[in-house]
Design a protein around this ligand. Structure first.
Ligand code: ASP
Ligand code: ASP
Length: 327
């Protein structure tokens, strides 16, 4: 029940419409206990052989209005490992490219009765809009520059594979903060668990307001200062596709904000280097760092499947258990 109530928290906080609330829309309003439950369940699914039958006979629709390979594939694998049928629809191959409105596309899909819809969209808030109209759990797989909740959950799972707790960790998030839904979801999650978060990027890509996003956030434009004493360094890609400003020259960006081998000794000895992908070697991260022993980038990818299994199970099976009983 808590899951239903809290996922679309703005309304659930007031108690309204909580029954229309489903799925996983963001981290910002998700209680710690829910996050902990997902991370714990994901741990169980970490063994690659771990399969489940919880979703046997269920149908998960992946609706991607924006290019994605890794996230879509990760959700597909997660759904199949739980026994579900997974169908992926991408915008260019659907009626969306013929001008069908979002609501019409979704209403058509909903009429086919999927058990959950995983959605990525270039507009911030698109999955929330959908969740208000459909009676099906919606999982946000990235909405504009707003949130990417499963990424933050898999990042937390990855950190917790190497650290006993998130409490008190110093986490540097470096790069294009302005356009990053990954950063926003991570900031909310890490802050709820008492981490201190240092955001670092060029002034054009690091709006001052980001310091107000959550408790424990500070800003700097100096990469060395951001990395000093860090337990975790998360690098972000410059999202040229979302940028309206004139981009900073490649070489200049790497010189100021690229993570290079010389930075690593500034951090804690056992620092974890993370990146949500896709990585641009030589732009925001040097190849030798991406491939170094500190790098957990591929562990993140691997954990993506376990975390998405936990989320799919939670929004479909548990949901049904509460609402529909044996139906
Ligand atoms: N931004 C994309 C995603 O998360 C990256 C990729 O497709 O490889 O899915
Ligand atoms: N894959 C992440 C996202 O979809 C990060 C990126 O694309 O740079 O937001």
């Amino acid at each position: 029940m808590a899951w239903r109530k809290y996922c679309w928290s703005k309304r659930s906080a007031s108690g309204d419409e909580s029954l229309s609330v489903r799925g996983l829309l963001g981290i910002q309003d998700l209680p710690r206990t829910e996050i902990e439950a997902i991370l714990e369940r994901a741990k169980f699914f970490q063994t690659p052989q771990q399969r489940g039958t919880a979703l046997t006979g269920r149908m998960i629709v992946n609706l991607f209005f924006e290019a994605s390979t890794r996230t879509r594939v990760s959700f597909e694998i997660a759904a199949r490992r739980l026994g579900a049928d997974a169908i992926s629809i991408t915008a260019s191959g659907s009626s969306v490219s013929k001008g069908e409105s979002l609501v019409d596309t979704l209403a058509t899909l909903a009429a086919m009765r999927p058990d959950a819809i995983v959605m990525r969209h270039a507009a911030s808030g698109a999955p929330h809009f959908l969740a208000r109209h459909l009676d099906i759990p919606i999982i946000n797989a990235g909405d504009g520059t707003h949130e990417h909740p499963t990424q933050a959950l898999l990042d937390a799972r990855t950190i917790l594979d190497h650290r006993p707790t998130l409490e008190g960790l110093r986490v540097a998030i470096i790069g294009d903060l302005a356009h990053s839904r990954v950063a926003r979801s991570n900031i909310h999650l890490l802050s709820k668990f008492g981490a201190s978060i240092v955001l670092c990027g060029p002034p054009t890509l690091l709006p001052k307001e980001m310091a107000q996003l959550a408790p424990g956030v500070t800003l700097t434009h100096d990469i060395r200062e951001a990395i000093a004493g860090a337990d975790v360094v998360m690098m972000l890609r410059v999202q040229l596709e979302r940028q309206h400003e004139a981009p900073i020259a490649h070489s200049e960006y790497f010189g100021f904000f690229g993570l290079r081998a010389e930075h690593i000794p500034l951090a804690k000895n056992d620092v974890l280097v993370m990146h949500p992908g896709p990585i641009n070697r030589g732009h925001e991260i040097a190849s030798e760092v991406a491939d170094s022993k500190q790098s957990v980038i591929l562990n993140q990818v691997e954990n993506g499947i376990a975390v998405r299994m936990a989320v799919l199970e939670r929004v479909t099976v548990l949901e049904r258990g509460t609402v529909g009983g044996a139906a």
